[in-house]
Design a protein around this ligand. Structure first.
Ligand code: ATP
Length: 318
């Protein structure tokens, strides 16, 4: 993907340089290969979603990017330097999944501290207002609801002028209004040339927000493209129909070009990489499908098709 020619609002060098570069990065925890030979480059002005099933290695990859862990092998560059240096320069803001909030301080105190520590901090009141937490400024951070706590984490990640914002499942627990406000703020930052990388399980959010989607599976990068490219790459289409009488599942499972079949009551849902041929074969079985629908995959189904295919490939290799 071509990097947009965007200049960040920093005093730093012109930002043609990659924001992040992973090259052959590996990280294992005992027998678990959490990040496997990961190579990728992020460019200025990109909004990138990191997707993957539970345990795929998303948080591990973000921890490596933030210098919270060291890779076993491979190299990681952030703005051409080490993650630790990039963070010390105030170029990276992060919002992680859990932990990190001090106890027994107020919201305003913790945000003030973050601003005091940031080399390019925004005014405290502005940070509070942007995260919509001005009205809870005097509350203790350990007395907040889940969604309020998430907003405070968001404020911590955006207390200063960062060129890269890293977010691990940022909108978990946020209500619809908070979620919309959150993404509106992120969009403004991207419009100003910042890069946003976020891990999520909300595929509709990735589809709507990201201009690039990375899919991790058992630590490996198995897809990298726009949401549209990933949907097209999954190739499969959805076929749905109803059948009357007893359903012969083994016969359905033997249909050509299948990626998956699911039977629920009288309804059959098929993913196929050649819908015309599969539907033809359904009629060939002498069946009379009713309410027949053929549709392209959403990002969610494309994601499932790609990760299922990767699992099947790995099973075959074993
Ligand atoms: N500190 C650790 N010690 C041992 N194993 C770990 C550690 N951190 C992660 N793992 C393992 O590494 C793999 C990748 O975990 P990771 O948390 O990176 O996945 P994830 O994609 O973020 O998952 P989720 O969507 O569930 O948050 C998992 O099998 C996990 O159990």
């Amino acid at each position: 993907m071509t990097a947009p020619a965007v200049q960040t609002a920093t005093d730093g060098p012109a930002t043609g340089e990659p924001v992040v570069g992973f090259s052959g990065v590996n990280k294992s925890f005992g027998p678990v290969h959490a990040v496997a030979d990961l190579t990728l480059t992020l460019h200025p002005g990109e909004t990138v979603a990191l997707l993957g099933p539970n345990g795929a290695g998303k948080s591990s990859a973000l921890d490596l990017l933030l210098g919270l862990r060291n890779p076993d092998s491979g190299s990681i560059k952030v703005f051409g330097t080490t993650p630790a240096q990039a963070i010390a320069q105030g170029r990276v803001g992060a919002m992680l999944q859990s932990g990190g909030l001090m106890e027994d301080v107020t919201v305003r105190e913790i945000i003030s501290l973050a601003c005091a520590l940031h080399p390019r901090a925004y005014p405290v009141d502005e940070v509070l207002a942007t995260a919509d937490i001005t009205d809870i400024g005097d509350r203790k951070v350990n007395k907040l609801s889940g969604g309020q706590e998430q907003r405070v984490r968001f404020a911590l990640a955006t207390a200063g002028d960062n060129d890269l914002i890293v977010l691990d499942e940022p909108t978990v627990g946020m209500d619809v209004t908070a979620r919309q406000a959150f993404w509106a703020t992120m969009r403004r930052r991207v419009d100003e040339g910042r890069t946003v990388l976020f891990a999520t399980h909300y595929l509709e959010e990735a589809d709507a927000i990201a201009d690039r989607v990375l899919v991790l599976h058992r630590g490996r990068l198995i897809a990298d493209g726009t949401a549209a490219e990933i949907k097209a790459r999954a190739g499969a289409r959805r076929i749905t129909f109803d059948l009357q009488g007893e359903i012969d599942e083994p016969a359905l499972r033997a249909l050509p070009h299948l990626v998956g079949v699911e039977v629920s009551g009288a309804t059959v849902r098929i993913r196929s990489d050649d819908a015309d041929a599969t539907v033809h074969a359904v009629y060939g079985l002498g069946l009379y499908p009713r309410n027949l629908e053929v549709a392209g995959l959403g990002l969610e189904q494309a994601f499932l098709a790609i990760t299922d295919a990767a699992s099947a490939e790995e099973e075959e290799e074993r």
